[in-house]
Design a protein around this ligand. Structure first.
Ligand SMILES: *Cc1c(COP(=O)(O)O)cnc(C)c1O
Length: 413
């Protein structure tokens, strides 16, 4: 006999609260306190931004890091520094955060969406070459939910077609593809420190690269294209936003980066434990990580096949919530190309630009975007909102709830 679900009045699987912990400790407090005593919070004066950038370089064995005000800003300065602009196309996954795209549009370039792989939740490598055109300038790789993309195949393809590769690692700090840290394989790696990401500065972002010229350009794009070397030579030779990070944020960020390794290892451990249980449940397919790679798990993802498990995705989510487990469906209802900005070609309202433009011979529409697996994947997605503070008891309770819910619906068949 299977146990009655809490959703229908049965006992809950989770009877104790989830363990919590402090993300910010004396290490952050000490950095901030020291900064405040110095009388300036400007990123060039307080010393904390330089210190955070150095730590990032050490962590990633890279030569240059440029901090900025958000992950969205990080992607934007990367796009701008690479000279991607009007008339250029950038390939990217159909499912991602708008932060991967905003900078592309602001630079006047055109996102071209790639279909999704339903096992890895990353873009389908097989769709890449089909969508390369003479206008393609770059590939925006997004390591979704911490899962490393197949960088070997991507870099091969990019080399073959002479394309830039930007790695959007906002959801995947410290993830590794076959031993190599994501963010170090493309031309530029971009990271977010917004408050729901692995490590937080409230808001913030950072880019890494080994190219001195790109690093210099990115620095200019964070700071109004002001040359701040003394004596001042030139101001704003080109258009650039102000995406400066505050040294207050960097003080926190420096301390936070020191916690990344332990934090991602713990998330990985939790995910492995859930994987074990999922493997025994027909119709729940955990996000697949390639052999020899390390997923840093922003959240835990699985694909639910209704026919096999015997319940709809939405009812499964409700049942898990009923058991006291933090589960939801996909984090976005539709692929990005169905957002108004694309559907209505509404980037710069009233102009059609950059999608429709005589100057660049552009005439794009996203109505028939060819990504057949994107919406179905979102409709099958189940997210368990794990975090590093979960105790072993919490993990056991998640697994118990998964088994209970699966057993209940299996009985019904
Ligand atoms: C969070 C995120 C961003 C943007 O980061 P912000 O700091 O919120 O601007 C960009 N890309 C991806 C994939 C993200 O998840």
């Amino acid at each position: 006999m299977s146990e009655l679900l809490a959703l229908y009045g049965g006992p809950k699987s989770k009877t104790t609260p989830f363990a919590t912990g402090k993300r910010f400790t004396s290490e952050e407090v000490n950095e901030v306190t020291e900064l405040l005593q110095g009388n300036s919070l400007f990123y060039r004066n307080g010393g904390k931004t330089a210190k955070m950038e150095e730590r990032m370089c050490e962590l990633y064995c890279m030569q240059y890091a440029v901090a900025c005000s958000s992950g969205t800003a990080a992607v934007h300065i990367a796009v701008a520094a690479l000279g991607i602009g009007p008339g250029d196309e950038v390939l990217m996954p159909a499912i991602t955060d708008m932060g991967s795209i905003i900078g592309v549009l602001y630079q006047g370039a055109i996102p071209i969406f790639l279909d999704m792989d339903q096992d890895t939740f990353n873009f389908d490598i097989n769709d890449l070459e089909k969508k390369i055109t003479p206008k393609t300038k770059a590939i925006m790789v997004v390591h979704y939910m911490g899962n490393p993309c197949n960088m070997d195949a991507i870099m091969d393809m990019a080399g073959k077609h002479n394309l830039y590769v930007i790695e959007d690692c906002a959801q995947s700090p410290h993830a590794r593809h076959k031993g190599k840290l994501v963010g170090t394989m493309g031309h530029i790696g971009c990271f977010s420190f917004n408050d729901i990401k692995h490590v937080s500065t409230g808001d913030g972002g950072i880019c890494i690269t080994n190219d001195a010229n790109l690093a210099g350009q990115m620095r200019m794009y964070t700071d109004k294209a002001y040359c701040r070397k003394t004596p001042v030579v030139k101001f704003s030779e080109f258009l650039a936003p102000n995406y400066r990070i505050s040294d207050l944020c960097s003080a926190v960020g420096y301390a936070q980066l020191g916690k990344l390794d332990a934090l991602t290892k713990r998330r990985h451990y939790i995910a492995q434990a859930i994987n074990k249980t999922m493997e025994s449940i027909d119709g729940l397919n955990p996000m697949q990580v390639s052999e020899g790679s390390f997923c840093s798990y922003w959240f835990y993802l699985a694909r639910l096949e209704e026919d096999e498990i015997g319940v709809s995705r939405n009812e499964f989510v409700e049942a898990m919530n009923g058991e006291g487990i933090p589960v939801n469906g996909s984090h976005t209802p539709t692929p990005v190309y169905d957002y108004g900005v694309f559907k209505n070609l509404n980037a710069f309202p009233g102009t059609g630009y950059p999608f429709v433009s005589k100057d660049f011979d552009s005439n794009y529409s996203y109505k028939n975007t060819d990504c057949p697996n994107a919406q179905p994947l979102l409709d099958k997605t189940v997210i368990i909102r794990i975090n590093e503070f979960f105790s072993d008891q919490d993990i056991a309770d998640i697994c118990k709830a998964l088994e209970k819910v699966a057993k209940y619906y299996r009985k019904g068949k």
